[in-house]
Design a protein around this ligand. Structure first.
Ligand code: HEM
Length: 465
């Protein structure tokens, strides 16, 4: 008879478990990599009183996300996740446990959020993206040129309009105070969701976090009220079940009429989830711009590419992507080096990883930081070098272990939109400006988010493009 063993790991202390070990490095993922050198590529760790397993190599990560994806489809029960979604994290697509409702929600979203290259939706993404970036250029021209500018809110507003226009056929003026407020709150939430807190694992600390938790649920509820009043109500008034849906919002509303398992709340929460994706794109662009500032030669290569493709006579667009591999590769290299964490998974049944027993309810961390910067996976991993994603024939190549959007059942639904919108913004900004900074442009390791109030950038109009 086979004897069941759990994976080796550090001995937990009473109450805090091994939480203290995560504090010994700049990011918990660096701590995981360090611990994997002691305990092996799969190890157990108790955080607070939660049993966790960390998987650290590509073979085991595939086992968790693909081969046994169905057994690891749950999400952690963090209080913050509930607070963000009206008291129940199952309202959220990214933070809910796996269910048939989730399957339905993902399938409605896929057509709109993962548009194929030859689809009508792709043309729409292109149109919406290029129009919104032209408005961004107009706003940038109003800023003092050659001086430090707090540019994040402008970039986020452009991204927000790309998302609201694409998904809800609605966009907003940059001076609309309510719009500014929800863009800010979405960004606060994005920053928040990217932080790890001891209270996630030590719920008895909750009384000390009550103010913080209230703030989180207030941000989310202001956002939902805005979505209902400014977007859903208008769509509902003009909805015509006899014609194909004009956008994602219509598709969701039509689905509500057909599917008894769907209710009003689901629609609002689903829109909130997807519209919130704009903060991810805006933060990715900000992180990419830190590389542009740090490595001026990379900016020059992107400028050469955009100048040659557009001959200085038009704005770049999505159909230029294949002719601008360096620009695209810079975004992939940013995703690699920033190494955004994969949301933890949870075992929904008693199972195994690499032969070790994993009990139902165990939280599983996928150490994608190791996949992104480990010496076993990359040549000179610490170097920022977009060339690593360009093949000899000038096309983009991504090694199979590079999974910035994860893989399997719960893979990111927004990845195509991210690639499309961030490409348009980066290419157009560099077509028009040289970008530098007098501030320290630092990004935390293993984090795709920069704080809502972050470094300023200096935009200098280019003479030739
Ligand atoms: C730089 C930008 C982004 C990165 C790096 C990113 C990465 C990820 C990762 C790693 C996951 C977790 C997958 C897993 O647990 O296995 C995820 C989930 C998800 N992402 Fe993204 N994402 C980005 C932007 C977006 C955008 C723009 C949207 C929406 C339009 C979006 C929608 C989602 C959703 C709905 C999920 C949850 C899927 C599920 O749990 O079933 N993401 N993303």
């Amino acid at each position: 008879k086979k004897i069941a063993f759990t994976a080796p790991g550090p001995k937990p202390w009473p109450i805090i478990g091994s939480l203290h070990l995560l504090g010994q490095h700049e990011s918990p993922f660096e701590a995981f990599t360090a611990l994997s050198k002691i305990y092996g590529d799969v190890f157990s760790i108790t955080l607070g009183s939660t049993p966790c397993v960390v998987v650290n190599n590509f073979k085991l990560i595939r086992e968790v996300l693909i081969t046994k994806g169905a057994e690891f489809g749950g999400r952690p029960n963090f209080m913050r996740f509930h607070k963000l979604f009206g008291g129940d994290r199952n309202n959220s697509l990214a933070l809910c446990d796996w269910s048939s409702l989730q399957k339905t929600r993902r399938s409605i979203a896929r057509i709109y959020c993962a548009p194929k290259f030859t689809s009508l939706q792709y043309d729409d993404v292109n149109k919406v993206g290029t129009e919104a970036v032209e408005v961004l250029l107009v706003e940038l021209r109003k800023q003092p040129m050659g001086q430090p500018v707090q540019v994040k809110p402008l970039i986020l507003a452009a991204c927000a309009n790309m998302f609201t226009q694409y998904m809800c056929s609605t966009s907003f003026d940059y001076r609309n105070v309510e719009f500014q407020k929800i863009v800010r709150y979405f960004d606060e939430i994005f920053w928040e969701i990217n932080q790890g807190y001891a209270v996630d694992f030590l719920p008895w600390l909750l009384p000390f976090y009550s103010g913080h938790m209230r703030k989180i649920s207030d941000w989310a509820s202001v956002i939902r009220k805005f979505i209902l009043a400014r977007i859903i109500d208008q769509h509902r008034a003009s909805l015509d079940p006899g014609v194909p849906p004009k956008d994602f919002t219509d598709a969701l509303l039509l689905h509500l009429e057909e599917d008894p398992n769907m209710n009003w709340q689901h629609i609002i929460f689903e829109l909130e989830d997807f519209l919130g994706g704009h903060s991810a794109v805006g933060n990715l662009v900000m992180v990419t711009l830190t590389a542009i500032v740090k490595y001026p030669e990379i900016a020059k290569r992107i400028q050469a590419e955009v100048d040659s493709v557009t001959a200085g006579t038009r704005y770049p667009n999505l159909f230029d992507r294949s002719a601008m591999p360096f620009t695209e590769a810079t975004l992939w290299e940013t995703l690699r080096t920033a190494s955004s964490p994969i949301v933890p998974h949870v075992a929904t049944t008693d199972t195994e990883i690499d032969g070790y027993t994993v009990k139902k309810g165990t939280m599983v961390f996928v150490n994608n930081y190791e996949l992104n910067v480990g010496a076993d996976y990359w040549k000179n991993p610490q170097e920022f070098n977009p060339e690593r994603f360009i093949s000899e024939d000038g096309t983009i190549v991504k090694p199979s272990h590079f999974i910035p959007f994860s893989t399997g059942k719960r893979t990111c639904i927004g990845q195509r939109l991210v690639q499309c919108f961030s490409f348009i913004i980066l290419a157009t900004l560099l077509q028009h400006y040289d970008i530098s900074s007098t501030d320290k442009c630092e990004v935390k390791p293993s984090c795709m988010a920069v704080p809502p109030d972050c470094f300023r950038l200096v935009f200098t109009p280019r003479q030739v493009h």
